[in-house]
Write a protein that binds this ligand. Structure first.
Ligand SMILES: Cc1cc2nc3c(=O)[nH]c(=O)nc-3n(C[C@H](O)[C@H](O)[C@H](O)COP(=O)(O)OP(=O)(O)OC[C@H]3O[C@@H](n4cnc5c(N)ncnc54)[C@H](O)[C@@H]3O)c2cc1C
Length: 377
């Protein structure tokens, strides 16, 4: 890390500890994202971290993004969950938007005026993109959008949404749109009550003959599969890896602190060999995941192809966060499952990272394609 990256980490760590930590309990109770923090997050570059300066961001790139999401996640993983999807919307508009769309929609996102939202998942199945049922048809100069999106992050805290809908057949039969929540026929549906990442808003979007002007098509008609694929792979998977990396940091800190303070047989349990082995395992997993996450972010910043590495970082980091949260709880004995202790939240949050951003099985299928490519006949 450079001095600038270390400074960024320190600034975000201080912000997370002073501004987010006091709000964690309320987030756990209400399930609401603290939108009042958006403006201060914008001031230190969090909301516009990957958005070019020309559109109101700071344009520091993906390694910087990894650092800030990791630091936020160390304190409360729900915050980087919301932020990473916010960045997905920024990336989709920046990569595929027209100049006019970028000016109109990237600037408010970068400046924290609203949250970004990317709606791909249909109730008919998140993994089966092509099979989605949300449908749009061009009539005159408007697309008429019908259907429903579920499990959408920032659904209720965003003023406009990047929506993928079916407009034809096969992988060239999906298109992407920017849909404002005040367009006729657009509305939010139910808000989910999740076991973890509670402060990250997740809910439904409903389209009932929703009228989307043709100039709100994002990318070309039929490019929706590419818009969704690139955004999920490069920004979504790295973002979910970052959320889990934050959880892993917290697992190690909480476990090591408790093990040093809990006295059994007249001495701290950190003296017990089994506990030391658990701590060593968590530390090893954290270190491996850091390397995977920083590597893939660096590759993305260099403009290198990194689809396999994003799948690997997402699936492995989320998997290890779940394992290490369980180990951290075990080190706590029964205290670990009590609401007063942070480790139980880490386990609930880690569980929710597994399907979010695409499941482990779908990520592994992508990795396996790379493994098998040289042997393809
Ligand atoms: C907290 C949270 C936030 C989310 N935010 C968003 C968001 O902002 N935008 C959005 O669009 N979606 C979002 N999602 C939805 C998420 O992307 C989907 O839930 C996920 O892609 C899985 O879809 P599904 O739940 O419909 O499961 P399904 O696709 O029905 O999968 C069911 C099971 O089948 C397995 N499976 C599916 N395909 C394969 C395959 N090819 N090979 C092997 N196994 C397979 C899956 O791994 C899983 O075990 C979010 C989810 C959560 C939990």
């Amino acid at each position: 890390m450079t001095d600038r990256e270390n400074l960024l980490r320190k600034v975000v760590r201080d912000f997370a500890e002073s501004e987010i930590e006091p709000k964690v309990e309320a987030m756990e109770q209400t399930g609401e994202f603290p939108v009042e923090l958006l403006k201060s997050m914008a001031r230190i570059g969090i909301t516009g971290i990957i958005t070019p300066e020309a559109y109101g961001g700071v344009g520091l790139g993906y390694l910087a993004r990894m650092i800030i999401l990791e630091e936020l996640g160390r304190v409360c993983a729900a915050i980087p969950m919301g932020m990473q999807v916010h960045h997905m919307a920024c990336a989709a508009i920046n990569d595929f938007g027209t100049e006019e769309q970028k000016k109109k929609y990237l600037i408010p996102l970068a400046q924290g005026e609203t949250m970004g939202c990317v709606a791909v998942t249909d109730p008919s199945g998140g993994s089966d993109l092509i099979g989605m049922q949300t449908h749009a048809e061009l009539k005159g100069d408007k697309w008429i959008l019908n259907g429903r999106k579920c499990f959408i992050s920032n659904s209720h805290t965003s003023d406009f949404w990047v929506v993928i809908a079916n407009t034809g057949e096969g992988s060239k039969g999906l298109s992407a749109f920017i849909v404002r929540k005040d367009f006729p026929g657009a509305k939010v549906g139910r808000k989910e009550n999740k076991m973890g990442l509670r402060g990250a808003n997740t809910g439904e979007l409903v389209f009932d003959d929703c009228e989307v002007p043709n100039d709100h098509l994002l990318g070309a008609a039929g490019a929706g599969f590419v818009v969704a694929g690139k955004t999920i792979s490069e920004t979504g998977r790295t973002g979910m890896a970052a959320v889990s990396l934050g959880i892993l940091n917290a697992c190690l800190e909480e476990a090591a602190k408790f093990a040093s303070e809990r006295i059994l047989y007249g001495k701290p349990i950190s003296e017990l060999q089994a506990i030391r082995f658990y701590l060593a395992e968590i530390y090893t997993d954290l270190d491996i995941c850091k390397l995977l996450c920083y590597r893939v972010s660096w590759m993305k910043d260099q403009g290198m192809k990194c689809d396999t590495e994003t799948a690997l970082a997402k699936y492995y980091t989320c998997d290890r966060a779940l394992y290490c949260a369980k180990k951290a709880i075990e080190i706590h004995g029964s205290y670990g499952i009590m609401k007063e202790y942070k480790v139980q939240r880490l386990l609930r949050d880690a569980m929710v990272t597994i399907p979010a951003g695409g499941t482990a099985e779908v990520a592994k299928a992508a990795i396996a394609r790379t493994v098998l490519a040289p042997y393809k006949k």
